[in-house]
Design a protein around this ligand. Sequence first.
Ligand SMILES: NC(=O)C1=CN([C@@H]2O[C@H](COP(=O)(O)OP(=O)(O)OC[C@H]3O[C@@H](n4cnc5c(N)ncnc54)[C@H](O)[C@@H]3O)[C@@H](O)[C@H]2O)C=CC1
Ligand SMILES: O=C(O)CCC(=O)C(=O)O
Length: 387
Amino acid sequence: MFNIKTLNKIDQEGLELFSEDYQIVEDGDIDAIVLRSFKMQDYPLDEKLHAVARAGAGTNNVPVDKCAEKGIVVFNTPGANANGVKELVVAGLLMSSRNIVGAIEWAKTLVDEGEEIPKLVEAGKSNFAGPEIKGKTLGIIGLGAIGVLTANAASGLGMKVIGYDPFLSVKHALKLSRSVSTVKTIEEIYSKSDYISVHVPLVDATKGMINDDSIALMENGVKILNFSRAELIDDDAMAKALESGKVSNYVTDFPNASSIKMKNVIAIPHLGASTPESETNCAIMAVNQVMEYLENGNIINSVNYPDCDMGVCPTASRIAVNHKNIPNMVSQITSILADHNINIADMINKSRGDWAYTMLDIENESTKEIITALEQIDGVVKVRIIV
Ligand SMILES: NC(=O)C1=CN([C@@H]2O[C@H](COP(=O)(O)OP(=O)(O)OC[C@H]3O[C@@H](n4cnc5c(N)ncnc54)[C@H](O)[C@@H]3O)[C@@H](O)[C@H]2O)C=CC1
Ligand SMILES: O=C(O)CCC(=O)C(=O)O
């Protein structure tokens, strides 16, 4: 029986995929954790924990490197909530242009005006006029799952869209509409855009990327949309730019103590992926990936270990070894099996950054002695008998 713990509310349709070999528990030995935005940085990483699945895209709430060191594979669900976010970004583009939020707030103040309301509406509406997005330039930073969908949708609404992504994948490039052009430098996004939407992960290299220097390169009155993470924006720089009018609106899905008070901010309470469709998609993908890993050892969509797939084990036993990506590991692992007179029917060894994963289908039962010998190899962080 596998024990699963959820650290956020996970969509039921996904959880129901767990077979009768799984139970959702609160305590005890946990095999895998499924979570959304729960901040896991200080969460205990027990010996028995094998996997953490983020039902969503961003994994900055998970101690990904610490997990790797303990042989815990961290998964995410790429693209599963991208359409939900894209739709809210389109709303953000419109809200930042047409003062929809301010206008609705004002309309509510007329509640006691009775028969006068239509007249007051016509008299007051000019205070809320705003430009159309058609024909304006949208610069997108990060052409991944969300960036590409947003680029294509905005292009469909008549915007001129330019995108920047130095690591653009072939998969996403193929999905990008031909009407979207890519630029070689981020400075081109800053200097040419009326609207800028940021769709990159929060990592050291992207933290504070929108700051005094980048804002200085932007058009006066630019509108900035952040549906990625609060920390991508330098709050002091944004506050100054909104005060001066250099940035005319800031739409954020990640309000914090500083941004919530800023002039002309449109603060949304992290709703990008809060659609039934996105929540279901993410949960289904996360649960399937966890089951595949726990039952077959196969890794699909990990952010700290390489993807590896050997299907279902056809032999007597499968052993999975999580280890450092250093020389001589495979020969040490296979020597131990040879010393125990074990024949290897099939194997895979892949690496990702500092970490690697080796799976071996062997023709005999695995024994405690073999596992102990494998665990003692310098650089091995976890050994699992899959079957
Ligand atoms: N508001 C919400 O509810 C949600 C927010 N997010 C946030 O959006 C981010 C993006 O999500 P996806 O598009 O699904 O991820 P993704 O991984 O498909 O795309 C990210 C893209 O950013 C690019 N990139 C990385 N560093 C870059 C840099 N320095 N400059 C330009 N491009 C760079 C990558 O090459 C990749 O193509 C997530 O990391 C997460 O933080 C994701 C889902 C929901
Ligand atoms: O689960 C959520 O609502 C958050 C989604 C998100 O921010 C992500 O997938 O990165």
